[in-house]
Design a protein around this ligand. Structure first.
Ligand code: NAD
Length: 523
């Protein structure tokens, strides 16, 4: 893509150069070769406020379309994504440095998610009729309805530029909210392309837009919207939550992880090793739920480590195309690349060994070798802090209890996995302290939109997917209707001894659970 234009809140984005700090312009680089592919103007706070005000003005009409009407529009977005998949993948591959196979997950996931929420929103958001819990309320009709937050702001990271922006926009739009997204400054182009298509090619209602920038733009978005969905590091998540507190704006935070894998002695070690290799290296390990640390029961340790090292050692790394597919792509953000190098150097300096990989790749582009570390422990950054790169550390443990103690010894709790004989593995999995756990599988919980996904501890607040993933974009309104509306209720004015006595006796009769108290025979 040439520098110059993209579909953002400002409609036209001018070319320019990044100036560092809080920039006026964003320079987008291809991490696979370091080449500049675009420059975009940053949207200042006034432009963010204008964009939010514009989509806010159209939100009521969008909400009035109803669940079916909104699904019809989102269905057009699904069709556009499927029809233009190759174009979207080209853009995304260039701004992320992903291999094609990793990039191609994104449109497929989004198309599935549109259908998931489009066909289930009625169930998740339909008006609920509730039976009163007490006979005293028998004369009331109780209903609960879900009404959208008018404008949802989404702040997203660079590792899955579409999934982590549109994947949250889709349920918000399906719920009836208008949405403004601020994508990562490293990967703004794919999202801008889809938003531009929504406006100009699909002709969708003006309830979806994006703004470009870094912290200042993100902060301005927090100030302007009614709900913030943030995905990114826990460091920035804290800032977003503090900023949102100033306007009492509710937030949902999807933050970092340090996901453990436990391998029990009775596991299928081929499957466990292949899963660890894919779960740790897919997308160059730049996945919040990637396998970062592995605890293996002693009898299986040597064989598992040998199989894992062989599998990881075979991976082809680099920039790929249709004729020359690769397995592991580039590091998308230079900041993250520095963290990965620091974690591995720290581990090696403290006595760890790299059985394969262990350093940055020389040459053009930003690549870190797929790395398996052993002789690691929890004093090392690589086993404690989020590495977010193609690196796994493997530890030998005595038994499942020790594996669980170490797996749970983390400030994070996003997800995890356990491999072993199914029933035993499931029992162990239920004791892992995290928002989602896979048994004899990895990463797959993200594709199971049916079940909630969210972090415990410092991995986040709130959930995406399932009913919570769409209800969070709504405010709950309880509607209580008097069925029999006389001139007054016994609890209203005027207060008299007789009425107070009657109300007291009736309340006692209903609340007491034994006959003496019901009849008022015992005080
Ligand atoms: P980041 O926190 O650096 O940035 C995330 C977003 O916040 C970007 O759009 C950035 O521009 C914006 N931002 C920066 N400063 C801001 C401020 N002061 N106010 C508002 N917005 C601001 O994260 P990243 O490096 O882009 O992404 C990697 C992190 O994301 C990792 O920690 C990873 O685990 C996490 N992540 C979590 C999930 C999940 O679902 N839990 C998914 C993917 C990534």
């Amino acid at each position: 893509m040439e520098s110059g234009t993209a579909g953002t809140g400002s409609e036209t984005v001018m070319a320019g150069r990044m100036t560092g700090g809080e920039p006026d312009e964003l320079e987008v680089l291809n991490p696979a070769n370091g080449e500049r592919i675009a420059t975009l103007a940053v949207d200042p706070p006034e432009r963010v406020a204008e964009t939010v005000a514009r989509v806010r003005a159209n939100q009521a009409e969008w909400e009035a379309l109803g669940i079916e009407g909104r699904y019809r529009w989102l269905g057009q977005l699904r069709d556009w994504l499927l029809d233009n998949q190759e174009r979207v993948l080209d853009t995304m591959q260039r701004e992320t440095g992903k291999v094609r196979a990793d990039a191609s997950n994104e449109p497929a996931y989004l198309a599935d998610l549109i259908n998931f929420y489009g066909t289930r929103a009625g169930k998740f958001l339909g008006e609920e009729s509730i039976r009163p819990h007490s006979a005293l309320l028998a004369g009331k009709k109780l209903r609960v309805q879900y009404r959208p937050h008018p404008v949802v702001g989404i702040i997203s990271p660079w590792n899955f530029p579409l999934i982590l922006a549109l994947g949250d926009a889709i349920p918000a739009l399906q719920a009836g909210a208008a949405v403004v997204v601020k994508p990562s400054e490293f990967t703004p182009l794919g999202l801008a392309e889809v938003v531009g298509a929504w406006k100009r090619e699909i002709g969708g209602p003006d309830v979806l837009d994006c703004v470009q920038g870094v912290g200042e733009t993100g902060g301005a978005l927090v100030d302007a919207v009614d709900f913030i969905q943030f995905t990114g590091s826990d460091r920035t998540g804290r800032k977003v939550m503090a900023r949102a507190a100033e306007t009492l704006t509710p937030v949902s935070l999807e933050l970092g992880g340090k996901d453990p894998m436990i391998v029990l002695a009775d596991a299928n070690l081929d499957r466990a090793a292949n899963a660890a290799a894919w779960g740790g290296m897919m997308n160059s390990g730049q996945i919040c739920i990637s396998v970062e640390r592995i605890y293996v029961e002693e009898p299986a340790y040597d064989e598992f480590v040998a199989k894992l090292t062989a599998e990881v050692g075979k991976l082809r790394q680099g920039s790929d195309d249709a004729r020359d597919p690769k397995d592991v792509g580039a590091m998308t953000s230079p900041n993250q690349s520095a963290i990965v190098a620091d974690h591995v150097e720290d581990a090696l300096a403290c006595g760890a060994r790299a059985l394969t990989g262990g350093k940055r790749v020389e040459g053009p582009g930003d690549y870190f070798e797929p790395t398996v570390l052993v002789d690691v422990d929890h004093s090392m950054k690589v086993m404690r802090d989020e590495t977010f790169g193609p690196v796994v550390g493997v530890m030998k443990v005595r038994d499942a209890d020790e594996a669980l103690r170490l797996a749970n010894d983390s400030r994070y709790g996003l997800s995890g996995s356990v491999f072993g004989e199914r029933e035993r593995a499931e029992r162990v999995a239920r004791r892992v302290e995290c928002g989602a756990v896979n048994v004899n599988d990895v990463l797959v919980n993200y594709l199971a939109s049916d079940v909630p996904m969210g972090g415990w501890k410092e991995s986040g607040i709130g959930y995406r997917h399932g009913a919570p993933g769409i209800r969070k974009y709504c405010r709950t309104e309880s509607v209580v209707v008097a069925r029999f509306a006389g001139n007054r209720e016994p609890t209203w004015y005027p207060y008299t001894r007789a009425r107070r006595g009657l109300v007291g006796r009736v309340a006692r009769a209903f609340n007491a659970r034994d006959l003496r108290r019901r009849l008022g025979l015992r005080r």
